[in-house]
Design a protein around this ligand. Structure first.
Ligand code: KIV
Length: 285
């Protein structure tokens, strides 16, 4: 899929062929360009931007307008991946009409291809309403950060029979409602495996083990650009936070020591022009 735009049909074909689907978050033009260049299948403009980009305590406070602002920037940089806009808290919970309107804004104003929203059986009618309006929806079950107060913290979900069974029912209800794919977040690997076997749509795991049809990570976690905490399920492929601080410290030292800017960073002026300028200034004083 190197040069062509990824579609939901491509993702379904990958599941059926047993090919792993790759997905990362991106939040702005540079991360959009980087993820596109790495040939990742799906970009999620996640509401995690509330924490990793905007510095909020959690994802609950991010607004539709903030999300759309970041979606547009990502879309300017990323041309090939399928672009998923993450519907923020309270943009789809009130009623189906508002949910459809806000989902539509992600496509019309945010240049996204599809939307994602959190919730299981409770959200299935909303998913159906958005899909019926012509907008593909990715579901998100397990640890759903927008319900952090209800869940009582960032905890693994579905560890006992009743909660695992509820997750399986959620997944089946979302598939039935027309979701084209499901995010499974922070659930035991065997539960994710059962769900991935039982639904015919692709599952994308984050902290859900190796048996999902694809994997997603928050790009700031993967490259080490978020220093508040690192969840157990994250693999850090780079650690750029200390690298950036080192570069900034070096810059500070160079400025203080007057070794930056050097001649190679400065614009010269012809000797004749300079002489003439000085002479003119001399004449004025
Ligand atoms: O907002 C986000 O980044 C997400 C991922 C964790 C799936 O929802």
């Amino acid at each position: 899929m190197a040069d062509k735009k990824v579609t939901i049909v491509d993702l379904q074909r990958k599941k059926e062929a047993g090919e792993a689907i790759t997905m990362l978050t991106a939040y702005d033009y540079p991360t959009g360009v980087l993820v596109d260049r790495a040939d990742i299948d799906i970009i999620l403009v996640g509401d995690s931007l509330a924490m990793v980009v905007l510095g909020y305590e959690n994802t609950v406070c991010v607004t539709m307008d903030e999300m759309l602002h970041h979606c547009r920037a990502v879309a300017r940089g990323a041309k090939k991946p399928l672009l998923v806009g993450d519907m923020p808290f309270m943009s789809y919970q009130v009623d189906a009409r508002e949910a459809i309107q806000n989902a539509g804004r992600f496509l019309k104003e945010g240049s996204m291809d599809v939307v994602k929203l959190e919730g299981g059986r409770d959200m299935a009618p909303t998913v159906k309403a958005i899909v019926d309006a012509g907008i593909p929806v990715m579901g998100h079950i397990g640890l759903t950060p927008q319900s952090i107060s209800k869940l009582g913290g960032y905890r693994v979900q579905g560890k006992d029979v009743a909660t695992a069974k509820a997750l399986i029912d959620d997944a089946l209800a979302l598939e039935e409602a027309g979701a084209f794919s499901l995010i499974l977040e922070a659930i035991p690997s065997p539960v994710a495996e059962i769900i991935s076997d039982r639904v015919s749509i692709p599952t994308i795991g984050i902290g859900a083990g190796p048996h999902c049809d694809g994997q997603v990570l928050v790009i700031h976690d993967l490259i080490g650009l978020f220093d508040r905490f690192v969840p157990r399920f994250v693999k850090k492929y780079a650690d750029i936070f200390p690298t950036i601080i080192e570069a900034l410290n070096e810059y500070r030292q160079d400025v203080i020591g007057r070794s930056f800017p050097g001649p190679e960073h400065s614009y010269p002026m012809g000797a004749e022009a300079l002489e003439a300028l000085l002479a003119e200034l001399d004449g004025e004083s």
